[in-house]
Design a protein around this ligand. Structure first.
Ligand code: AVJ
Length: 304
């Protein structure tokens, strides 16, 4: 399994200077992300929460009796509470998250709120093989993957990951949140907020490397640069050097010329149809899709 240091060396030495967006999320990056979710320009979180609230009784009915709910990349367990509030018949809940301390802290309060629900935190990278608690006798597994986190995967990776979920949820279903293609001006604003929180979130990747790996670089030397790329139907986030830059990591020096950006994130957008096609390729059967009136965000129920 590769480490932050290895991945950063590879990104700085490699031809396209790309690094995984998972390295945004140290404690400071996670709290900046929580602030992004509250920004007026960042529509996905609030739109998805409204859809979850609006249809929670229906989701609960679809889960059926004695299901095991699994959330991938569970974080602070904010969204799943909207489902749990309407699903007293659930057998158990298994949140999967890579950050152990965060997950356990979030589970503490959930245990108090739902003393009768079996809650089994699984500390793991959800994109890799992990062990889940046994599915209940006669019950199904229902996956929950909100937030359009699927957008961080490029299409080939998304397909591989969805196939993994399909196998894990065999006979059950997946409820997944997917951000939709829309007016590029709206997308642009969502990743270029007026308060500059997204810029700080992006720049935090280098700060994280500075704190954790001792990366040396000029913190004033980079700009946040995010744009919508219509051919690939994705937002790209980059860190753009203002002038010639020198980064130093564990004794190795990496010069960057102006314009030679670090590519820190891609966030793919789908149409309802292109996402359903991808889900079918992964072996799911799309059953129902819910969107807001403006069609900015979608929730899909996929039979596994
Ligand atoms: C967590 C990947 C869904 O792509 O919108 C928000 C991350 N990056 N603003 C997204 C993010 C910049 C977010 N996802």
């Amino acid at each position: 399994m590769s480490s932050f240091a290895e991945d950063l060396h590879a990104a700085l030495a490699g031809p396209d200077h790309s690094i995984s967006p998972k390295y945004f999320y140290d404690a400071q990056g996670s709290s900046l992300f929580e602030r992004i979710c509250e920004l007026p320009e960042y529509y996905p979180t609030r739109t998805e929460l409204a859809l979850l609230d609006q249809h929670a009784p229906e989701f609960a009915a679809r889960m059926g009796q004695s299901a095991q709910l699994i959330e991938y990349g569970a974080g602070a367990l904010v969204k799943v509470r909207r489902l749990l509030a309407h699903a007293p018949q659930l057998h158990s809940f298994a949140p999967v998250d890579i950050s152990g301390p965060h997950l356990l802290a979030a589970c503490e309060s959930l245990w108090r709120e739902y003393p009768h629900l079996r809650i089994t935190p699984v500390i793991a990278d959800f994109t890799r093989a992990h062990r889940l608690p046994e599915a209940p006798e006669g019950g199904r597994r229902i996956g929950f993957f909100p937030g359009s986190s699927i957008g961080n995967f490029d299409p080939q990776e998304a397909l591989t990951f969805l196939k993994l979920l399909r196998t894990e949820l065999d006979g059950g279903a997946l409820l997944i949140g997917v951000d939709l293609i829309k007016d590029p001006a709206l997308l642009h604003a969502a990743y270029n907020d007026a308060q500059g929180v997204t810029a700080r979130f992006n720049l935090n990747l280098l700060r994280h490397a500075q704190r954790e790996l001792g990366l040396e670089y000029d913190a004033q030397g980079f700009d946040h640069y995010a744009f919508y790329e219509p051919r690939r139907q994705r937002i790209e986030m980059h860190l753009l050097p203002r002038g010639p830059q020198m980064l130093q990591l564990q004794g190795r020096r990496y010069p960057l010329v102006p314009g030679q950006s670090l590519h820190t994130e891609s966030s793919y957008k789908y149409s309802v149809e292109t996402f359903q096609q991808l889900a079918r390729e992964a072996g799911f059967v799309p059953q129902t899709v819910w969107t807001d009136d403006a069609k900015w965000f979608s929730l899909h129920w996929l039979a596994a």
